[in-house]
Design a protein around this ligand. Sequence first.
Ligand code: AMP
Length: 393
Amino acid sequence: MSSPSPSALSSMLLPPSTLGVLGGGQLGRMLALEARRAGYRVVIFTDEASGCPAGQIADLEINARYDDTEALERFLAQVDVVTAEFENIPDACLQAVEAVKSLRPSRKAIFTTQHREREKLFLREQGIACAEFRIVEDLAGLEQAVSELGRPCVIKTAAFGYDGKGQAKVNADTHLAEAWKAFEGHHAVVEQWVPFVCEVSVVGARDIHGHTAVHGCVENQHEHHILDMSIAPARVAPAITAQALALWKAVAEGLDYVGTMAVEMFVTADGKVLVNEIAPRPHNSGHHTIDACLTSQFGQQLRAVCGLPLGDATQHTPAVMVNLLGNVWPAETVHPDWSPVLSHTRAKLHLYGKQLAKLRRKMGHFTVLGDTIEEAVQQAQAIKAELMRTARV
Ligand code: AMP
């Protein structure tokens, strides 16, 4: 492996530089754990209350609204570089950050991917495969879109939707005027229904010089639109994996991306792969990389954001990640008995430090490593079944 050139070396931020993170959730927490282990300082800026998942790990937590310019100035004065752990950050805040510090990924990449309409138009402009869609702003537009795309199809809010929120499926008997009421006054994206055989994602990173490293193709199983289990590597044909990796690269290059990025995709029965969503950050479907890859998605984010060369993303062991939603807790403040996970020699428990286990809230995850992917799936399912014995739902 070659050594970085002198000019590349000068752009590297080395410990004890300070990493600024916009957002205080579990993705920021796992990044902060990685950064602090390597001797970086971490400052979190979040509109969450003090003691949030990332704040618990950071050197400093600033709790303020994203439009609080004085607090933002205080944050920016203390950090060497800034990244984001979620995308729903007001554009004025992103612009203010980018005016004085390097923001990685860039404001443009976050701005494009935080909004479904802009994201879809980007994909279309780049010629990247995705479900056919129309942008609509009123009932007449919806009627036109549904007549062109056919039923079933799905209406999604353009802004701030995640985990299936802000979506409505249009079936054969759906009354469009009724369905539109939930979207009135907003832009929406109407998407052709994709009868997919499975959902996959690719998580990878791109550094400041345009080099990329991906963790491979992961198979994702959802429950109630929330990720339940990620199986890595995905049990798909090599041609599907190759398409998925190529789509990830096209997105990363199209956005001139710097940092860790995930692309979620649909696999159709006739062997096509279509982009569903882009996440300009580490992703839930990349959590197995902490335990199963030589460099995790958070390690890569830290490296890319600090201008370092990317690490080796190779996955060394087959792995399954299972999300732990609040439902698994017998009561909001009562933890389940963790011994099924902790007594397993190849399972790893990750809890996010959230106090109240609300239903459907992402509270943690566990990863199970196996000699084969089948073994990992079977063991993960057995552990989950044990935990579910005292679950609320
Ligand atoms: P999203 O919030 O766009 O990731 O959608 C959440 C989930 O809804 C996806 O993971 C799919 O299971 C389902 N879904 C979204 N869009 C479509 C579509 N066009 N066709 C079929 N299923 C979809």
